[in-house]
Design a protein. Structure first.
Length: 115
């Protein structure tokens, strides 16, 4: 599976962005998918995940501000990010959620939130 994250950019604190993840490969819809982020000097962390049934789970740090959704017909997953904070600054990636065997990570998309 090839993953392409897009939609990042520079935004002021309090602003919004919508990230998109496009995937090739027929197994995309058979997997829970997550959005991850990695800030400089920090480990990559899972911030939101969506299961096969559409159930969602969020890291405490983004709960109430981020919303993940998926469109299996388009092999796509989205992350709506509202009320952005400077600490949300990171490179954002999509990949399997809750799996010990991720797909190749791809380049990710940079999100920068200015104060």
């Amino acid at each position: 599976v090839q993953l392409q994250a897009s939609g990042g950019g520079l935004v002021q604190a309090g602003g919004s962005l919508r990230l998109s993840c496009a995937a090739s490969g027929s197994t995309f819809s058979d997997n829970a998918i997550g959005w991850y982020r990695q800030a400089p000097g920090k480990q990559r962390e899972l911030v939101a995940g969506i299961g096969l049934s559409g159930s969602t789970n969020y890291a405490e740090s983004v709960k109430g501000r981020f919303a993940i959704s998926r469109d299996n017909a388009k092999n796509a997953v989205y992350l709506q990010m509202n009320s952005l904070k400077p600490e949300d600054t990171a490179v954002y990636y999509c990949n399997k959620a809750w799996s010990s065997v991720p797909w190749n990570w791809g380049q990710g998309t940079q999100v920068t939130v200015s104060s």
